[in-house]
Design a protein around this ligand. Structure first.
Ligand code: HEC
Length: 245
């Protein structure tokens, strides 16, 4: 009788092994692109190259002592505007209260450098710059970090999609011949670190110190995925397990 408890992935037919392998490889590559995306989106939040705790704090908690426009033009939006004096014009206009009478002085800068993304259908459609009222509203806000509405979107997308990936990679890893207790720990850890990461986004929004658990959670999810990946691949393809029934 076939017992699922005793089934191991090294006994799969070659087609089954290829299916599992290609799935793991695609998820691995997807994961690398995910991490690159995080790096390129947020590493400049504090204006310096390289992902740091400060970047995480600015992204989620914000910079309560600074206007949003100043913080962004020093950070993630820095490269969107080459000219230092244009940058100062935008910040000074905002600091003077984003007055309608002075709008003509900075209108050209926005049309030329910002509008292609900050409009309906653009990369940052959530903050459109097509109307003076919305520009003034965005520019004069304090940087309070990622808005709750965006955090809800980010959280549900990540929790569901990465949770699904871990469920599937876990379903392959479940049938590897390693010690049962270790296996259970390694099956739980990616979900644990994913939750730690995402819950810490919310906590960092309130208290900056949780940037540390955002970073630790992020690093642990990568390590947990890597361990499952390597053990599953070795089970399927290494000589040691190849001919086992
Ligand atoms: C290539 C696309 C792109 C261009 C061009 C661009 N932005 Fe952005 N902007 C984004 C994205 C994506 C975000 C969301 C991520 C972030 O906050 O860094 C954003 C966010 C912002 C925010 C924060 C909005 C909020 O409500 O949180 C401000 C302020 C901003 N940009 C200002 C500017 C200004 C000023 C310019 C022109 C000098 C500009 N951006 C040009 C893509 C762009």
């Amino acid at each position: 009788m076939f017992r699922l408890r005793e089934f191991r992935i090294n006994t799969l037919p070659t087609g089954g092994k290829l299916l599992c392998t290609l799935f793991l490889v695609c998820m691995g590559i997807g994961y690398v692109f995910c991490q690159l995306n995080v790096f390129f989106s947020y590493n400049r939040a504090d204006g310096r190259m390289g992902l740091s705790l400060q970047d995480i704090v600015i992204t989620f908690h914000g910079q309560p002592d600074m206007l949003l426009i100043e913080s962004k033009l020093k950070g993630t939006m820095r490269e969107r505007l080459d000219d230092e004096s244009d940058r100062n014009s935008l910040v000074n206009w905002a600091k003077r209260g984003a007055r309608k009478e002075e709008f003509n002085k900075i209108k050209g800068i926005i049309i030329k450098n910002c509008l292609r993304c900050h409009t309906a259908g653009g990369k940052s459609a959530f903050a459109p710059f097509d109307k003076l009222s919305t520009i003034a509203d965005t520019f004069t806000r304090i940087n309070k970090g990622v808005p709750v509405s965006r955090l809800i979107t980010l959280s549900h997308i990540h929790m569901i999609s990465i949770g699904m990936i871990f469920a599937l990679t876990g379903a392959i890893f479940l049938f590897t011949p390693i010690n049962e207790k270790l296996k259970i720990a390694l099956l739980i850890s990616p979900f644990g670190s994913l939750m730690m990461d995402i819950f810490s986004w919310w906590l960092t929004k309130l208290v900056p110190i949780f940037a540390i658990t955002v970073l630790v959670g992020g690093i642990f999810t990568v390590i947990a995925f890597l361990i499952q990946f390597v053990i599953s691949m070795l089970t399927m393809w290494s000589r040691e397990y190849r001919n086992t029934d």
